[in-house]
Write a protein that binds this ligand. Structure first.
Ligand code: FAD
Ligand code: DLZ
Ligand code: SF4
Length: 518
């Protein structure tokens, strides 16, 4: 039986389920660069360059191994621009008895696949993506019957199941979670290691030139492209991270610094998400470094929790709750996304820095995403779909299955608390405590209202006031609501007036994001 194996751009793993049983004498791998995928949102230029270059390298590696690979480039004549169109052309070329594909990471593409057997008149075998610790069926069984889900319980279950950082039935060190030790500010005396950017080879340079010409009006710079595009280089990045950064990852996990966009973070998410690295090997590398005495427990646990816990948890929720998940708007947030999310032109220094980092690197670390750009979107009541699209566009690691739950659930609380028990809302004091951003800002985090007041302060209390009907009975917000209730009414009136004036001014002077993303 001749098989056509379709491998998508985020399935670049040699041990992919769809390659099981591949017959080198008969079968063909199909990989396609298609306009629909490069523009279903207007991805950051580096994201497109990263994926296309990684696809080309992966195809060349399979070819060198002796597999027949049919590779369609974006500018090949006759390219129809869609997965379905390219499959139809490939079916005509190869006349397979069946198509085999690993389930995609996005609901959008999964729906597309339902049409394929009829449209292409060939049976389609869609295989489970077994690159995750927890299958969709296992997650559904864990979630069954619960009204809301909590990452911490899921994570403990995953630790038990995998044995990672376990000592028999007990967590190593006697605690499941060392988060309380992972909240240090970065002192001036500590300099994180340099990024270790990979110099683009000839293939990547060709892709970068094509992206610069064809996607010139997409957001983002290409100048500092430094991503690995092969498994070999991704493995080297993992090894470097474990040696140089992981020992400090825990302590400074939440720290933000003006001149250090990466702090001690891994920069491994693009590789994990396209399959150049596997989740298990990354967690095992961290555990081994801990067991060898090279890395403290708070670092190893904090890091493994992000992958074994958060990454698996958000994927489980995505598939469990889609497609309805994306439609909810529990806080009825309706404000359009301000133009400065694209231009970076804002006097709020924390936002200007996070957006500038994003433009330069297609990267910002978790706390910048959650507590700066995310926190602002939450407090300002930005329409969930607009801020979700922004996150999907701007990061090299962004795919709907991981971006949507993080934004819709964790940042925007648009799911009403399904994913997280409370919104991650914070005033300027949090950003000041965890960063060096405020010192060079025109606003002052210590000023609560009036001239120079940090907008996050105004917006924070205004957010609690405006959303009292939904959030007022949340036990995890009892303290701030008590503080609010003790405020003199004149003060709360001033906060609301000043917050509204600030919000009314947002984006007045700039065109909306639809017109062009610079
Ligand atoms: P590190 O901080 O070094 O963490 C190590 C690894 O843990 C990451 O590589 C990643 O695979 C995993 N991880 C950490 N936090 C999360 C999380 N909350 N959810 C899932 N995996 C996690 N991550 C993506 O991979 N793609 C996205 O599209 C994405 N969108 C996000 C949107 C918002 C609003 C927020 C708040 C977070 C988002 N994240 C996303 C999660 C997280 O911010 C990134 O995974 C992380 O910043 C990647 O950088 P790193 O590899 O240096 O991570
Ligand atoms: C993100 C992306 C881009 C920009 N381009 C392609 C492409 O040309 N061909 C391809 O196979 N995949 C691409 N991808 C990744 C897909 O969007 C991804 O595989 C689906 O969204 C399923 O997760
Ligand atoms: Fe951001 Fe406020 Fe600090 Fe300025 S003062 S950097 S707006 S938190």
């Amino acid at each position: 039986m001749k098989t056509l194996v379709l491998i998508l751009g985020d399935q670049l793993s040699r041990d992919l389920a769809s390659l099981d049983g591949f017959d080198r004498e008969r079968d063909v791998v199909l990989m396609v660069e298609v306009a629909d995928e490069t523009t279903y949102v207007r991805h950051h230029k580096q994201k497109i360059a990263f994926i296309l270059s990684a696809m080309r390298h992966f195809a060349a590696e399979l070819g060198a191994e002796g597999l027949a690979v049919d590779y369609v480039r974006l500018d090949d004549p006759g390219n129809t621009g869609s997965f379905t169109g390219e499959l139809a052309r490939a079916v005509a070329r190869h006349r397979p008895d069946r198509i085999v594909v690993t389930e995609p990471g996005e609901w959008r593409v999964r729906r597309m696949m339902d049409d394929w057997p009829l449209r292409l008149d060939v049976p389609v075998d869609i295989r489970d993506d077994d690159r995750f610790f927890c299958s969709r069926a296992e997650f559904n069984a864990w979630a069954g019957g619960r009204k809301s889900y909590r990452m911490e319980f899921f994570y403990r279950e995953m630790r038990r199941r995998t044995g990672l950082l376990m000592h028999g039935d007990e967590p190593v060190g006697g605690r499941w979670n060392f988060d309380s030790e992972n909240r240090k500010r970065l002192p001036a005396s500590i300099t994180p290691p340099p990024r270790g950017a990979i110099a683009p080879d000839a293939v990547t340079r060709e892709v970068i030139a094509m992206v610069a010409a064809r996607f010139a009006d997409h957001f983002g710079d290409l100048d500092e492209f430094g991503w690995a595009v092969t498994r070999r280089d991704a493995l080297a990045a993992l090894a470097r991270f474990v040696t140089e950064s992981l020992p400090f990852f825990g302590d400074y996990q939440d720290a933000m610094a003006r001149r250090e966009p990466f702090v001690f973070h891994a920069l491994l998410s693009p590789y994990l998400n396209v399959g150049l690295l596997g989740a298990r090997e990354v967690c095992v590398a961290a555990e081994q470094a801990f067991r060898a005495g090279d890395v403290p427990l708070n670092a190893a646990e904090g890091f493994i929790r992000q992958i074994l816990g958060w990454r698996e948890y958000v994927r489980g929720i995505y598939w469990l709750e889609m497609p309805g998940y994306a439609q909810t708007n529990a806080l009825s947030a309706q404000r359009p996304l301000p133009w400065f999310y694209w231009s970076g032109e804002t006097a709020m220094n924390c936002l200007a820095i996070a957006i500038a980092d994003t433009r330069r690197h297609a990267y910002a670390h978790h706390i910048q995403r959650l507590m700066v750009t995310g926190n602002f979107a939450l407090l300002a009541g930005i329409r969930p779909a607009e801020i979700e699209e922004w996150y999907l566009v701007v990061y090299a690691d962004a795919y709907d299955w991981v971006e949507l739950p993080n934004t819709h659930g964790m940042v925007m609380f648009a799911d009403g608390g399904l994913l997280a028990s409370k919104p991650y809302a914070a005033s300027g004091a949090y950003i000041d405590r965890m960063s060096d951003y405020c010192g060079s800002c025109v606003y002052d985090p210590r000023i609560k209202t009036g001239a120079g007041a940090c907008p996050f302060n105004l917006l924070y209390w205004n957010f609690l006031i405006e959303n009292r009907s939904v959030l007022g009975r949340n036990p995890r917000l009892a303290m701030p609501y008590r503080t609010l209730d003790r405020m003199p009414s004149q003060r709360t009136r001033t906060i609301v007036e000043e917050a509204r004036a600030f919000l009314d001014d947002l984006g007045r002077d700039k065109p909306g994001p639809q017109s062009a993303q610079p």
